[in-house]
Structures are given as structure tokens and as C-alpha cells.
Ligand binder design. Structure first.
Ligand SMILES: *Cc1c(COP(=O)(O)O)cnc(C)c1O
Length: 394
């Protein structure tokens, strides 16, 4: 890996980087400058859901780049309108705002919640958020995030948030009974950074009921869970409910920066001209790429494929790791998979890298896998075998 060592003196030291740089990718594989290949069970953190250098996305980007990169939201952008149509068709939502990241998608959601509150005459509209959540690194989204490490050093945080434990409906009901300033709840259907925490099957349904009873907006952060990853296009579609607001990003562009805030019903009518905007948001280039992504996920049934692959991997992990006392839990939804260990295991990331396997460890002791939806059965098995061997110390 020596030839991959990069001079980083002039980069702000915001990241702890692994000593490797990739020069190309194809499908489930990345390659470094020495020609070493790595099986990618992380996909740049749930971004390259279709795998690297997907031909259809590549072609859409190349054609659009040769035609027109950017105009402005001062003008009509047909590709943006087309992408919004496709996202609404697949989700049942009504309107979409495009930004450039997950944090921006959540910012739009939080701003919609505040508009909803002010429209009702609430002067300090408050959003319910959860412990161990992750919503981004902007000031509003880091305030919403339930992780002190993300917030520390950036105080004062914003007002207008109140926190409850994740997967605790009773705590939300108590806030509903006591806090008249609350206007919305913002929650991940499965917590990603928080350690692939999967709530009770009816968690979102119960939150929907509380929102209905109190005129709150149910706002789902599907930045990581969206775009087919958990087995349906959006995770909430497994609950038979409609949220008022959905934020998504990561897998939507397969690597081009795009985020989207989708809104439904009355929530879709709150933003008015002049309320919000983004110079790059939804430009022709990123929308052309995202159209190719959404079409590919839908036409190839990749959400259902993610569910099948996820089941396959969980089963194989259960078999291979049976009786291993270091393993506390094996869980997943579609292709968000976690092996929780009894002790910290951050060192496994480097060991996996040496063996040509890309994985992630979150929360210190949770091996997190976010592999591509397009991988073969054999590639899925190879990931499981590699991870199980690392965990077993073999
Ligand atoms: C990654 C992530 C974000 C932040 O997305 P960025 O594109 O990094 O701003 C927000 N919410 C969730 C659930 C995420 O996983």
C-alpha cells in the first residue's frame, strides 16, 4: 500500500483516513494503484448501491456532461422535474426539493417543520429527535444528531429540539402530553451510524398515530435506508404508512452529490417561492445520474433483490458464527447488516483491508456492512465468509 500514501498536509484534518487510495472501481470491486482488488462491502457508506462505474449511470452522466451541466433554479429544469415525478411515483409523496447531501435534505425537512409550526401560531416550533441518531454535520442537523461527539466544540447548538430514546413510543407520547411546542418528529427507520439499530416492526406506525393525534409531521431520515437498501424503495413502505416528509441522499446518485427532501399532502405546500434554495441543487447533471439510478433500481427489482441478499447473508452469518461467544447479535434489514461484538473491534477494518475486503465498524463494536444491491450471490457469500473469518480470528 506504500504507493498509495498521499500527502495530506493541506487538507483540514477532519477525517481519520485508512492508508489506501483507490484508482478505479467496477461493480462490487475497487482497485488501488498497485492493481490490488478489494471487495467493497461498504460502497462509500451506502452510496454506490448499484456498484462502481455502473454502465447506465456512467452513460447518463457522460451524455449529460456533453450536453449541459448546469443552468440555475431561476429556470425550468426538465430533468429535475422528471426525477421528482419518478421519486413521487415510487414513494407516493407529492413534491420534492433537491439539495446536494443528506444534511441538506434534513435541513429542508427541519425548515418545513418550522413553517408548519409557525403556520399554527407556535413561536418556538420544536422537533422530537432520538438518541444515537445521525442526521448530518450542519448546525441544525448536528443539533438533531444524538451523538455528543458530533456536537462537541460547536456550541451553542440550535434551539427547537427535544430528545427521546430510540424505539421508545411511550417517551414520545409523554412529550405529546406535555409539550405544546412540538410540531414534528424526525427519525431514521433504521439507525445507520447508531449501529444498525432496528426498531420494533410497528414503531413507525405508532409514531404515525401520535403525529396524527397531535398534528405533528412525521419526518423520516432515509438518507441511508432509502433507494432500495432495506428491501423496499424506502424503508417506511414496509409499514404501510405515509410519512409527511422523507429525506434521502446517499444511494440516490450512486456517487454524484444529490439529496432530496420529499413531502406529502399539506407538508408539500409549506415551502413557497423565496423560502429555500440551493445553487447546485437538482442541476441537470446530478438529476440525469439519479434518473438512471431510480430507473435501474425499479426496472431490475433491486430493492427486492436487497431483501433476498440480506436474508442470505444473515443466514450464512448465523451458521458460520454459531456458538461464537464474541458475537452479541447478528441483525439486518435488507443490505444494512450488523454483527455486534462483545468488545471493541475497530482493528478489524485494517485487517479486512489487508485481505482485500472493505468493511466499517461503528459505535466501536458493531461491524457494519452496506454492500452493493447489484452483487452476485457468490460475492455476498464471499463477504460473509471474509467477515466471519476475521471475527473468528482465522
Ligand atoms: C449519512 C447520513 C446523513 C448525512 O448525509 P451527508 O450527505 O453526509 O450530509 C444524514 N442522515 C443519515 C441517516 C445518514 O446516514
Amino acid at each position: 500500500m506504500a504507493s498509495s500514501t498521499v500527502q495530506t498536509t493541506h487538507l483540514m484534518q477532519t477525517y481519520g483516513r485508512l492508508p489506501v487510495a483507490f484508482v478505479r472501481g467496477e461493480g462490487a470491486y475497487l482497485e488501488d494503484a498497485d492493481g490490488k482488488r478489494y471487495l467493497d462491502a461498504l460502497t462509500g457508506l451506502a452510496v454506490a448501491g448499484l456498484g462502481h462505474a455502473h454502465p447506465r449511470v456512467t452513460q447518463a452522466i457522460a451524455e449529460q456532461a456533453a450536453t449541459l451541466l448546469h443552468t440555475s433554479n431561476l429556470y425550468e429544469i426538465p430533468k429535475q422535474a422528471e426525477l421528482a415525478d419518478k421519486l413521487c411515483a415510487v414513494s407516493g409523496m407529492d413534491r420534492v426539493f433537491f439539495g446536494n447531501s443528506g444534511a441538506e435534505a434534513n435541513e429542508a425537512a427541519i425548515k418545513i417543520a418550522r413553517l408548519h409550526g409557525h403556520k399554527k401560531g407556535i413561536k418556538s416550533p420544536t422537533v422530537v429527535v432520538t438518541d444515537s441518531s445521525f442526521h448530518g454535520r450542519t448546525m441544525a442537523t448536528l443539533t438533531a444528531t444524538g451523538n455528543r461527539k458530533v456536537q462537541a466544540g460547536f456550541e451553542p447548538l440550535l434551539r427547537g429540539f427535544v430528545r427521546v430514546p430510540y424505539n421508545d413510543v411511550e417517551a414520545v407520547q409523554q412529550i405529546a402530553d406535555n409539550n405544546p411546542d412540538v410540531v414534528a418528529i424526525l427519525v431514521e427507520p433504521v439507525q445507520g451510524e447508531g449501529g444498525i439499530k432496528i426498531p420494533a416492526n410497528d414503531y413507525l406506525n405508532k409514531l404515525r398515530s401520535i403525529c396524527d393525534a397531535n398534528d405533528w409531521l412525521l419526518m423520516l431520515d432515509e438518507v441511508q435506508t432509502g433507494n432500495g437498501r432495506t428491501g423496499t424503495y424506502f424503508a417506511y413502505q414496509q409499514c404501510g404508512i405515509m410519512p409527511d416528509v422523507v429525506a434521502t441522499a446517499k444511494g440516490l446518485g450512486n456517487g454524484v452529490p444529490i439529496g432530496a427532501c420529499l413531502a406529502w399532502g399539506r407538508a408539500a405546500e409549506l415551502m413557497q417561492p423565496g423560502n429555500h434554495g440551493s445553487t447546485f441543487g437538482g442541476n441537470p447533471l446530478v438529476c440525469a445520474a439519479a434518473i438512471a439510478v431510480v430507473d435501474t433500481i425499479n426496472e431490475e427489482g433491486l430493492a427486492a433483490r436487497a431483501a433476498v441478499l440480506g436474508e442470505r447473508m444473515l443466514e450464512r452469518f448465523n451458521t458460520l458464527l454459531q456458538g461464537n461467544n464474541d458475537v452479541v447479535d447478528i441483525r439486518g434489514k435488507g443490505l444494512m447488516i450488523a454483527i455486534e461484538l462483545a468488545q471493541d473491534c475497530a482493528g478489524l477494518v485494517t485487517q479486512a483491508l489487508e485481505r482485500g475486503l472493505l468493511i466499517n465498524v461503528t459505535q466501536g463494536n458493531v461491524v457494519r456492512l452496506l454492500p452493493p444491491l447489484t452483487m452476485s450471490d457468490a460475492e455476498a457469500d464471499q463477504i460473509v465468509d471474509g467477515v466471519a473469518a476475521l471475527i473468528s480470528g482465522s
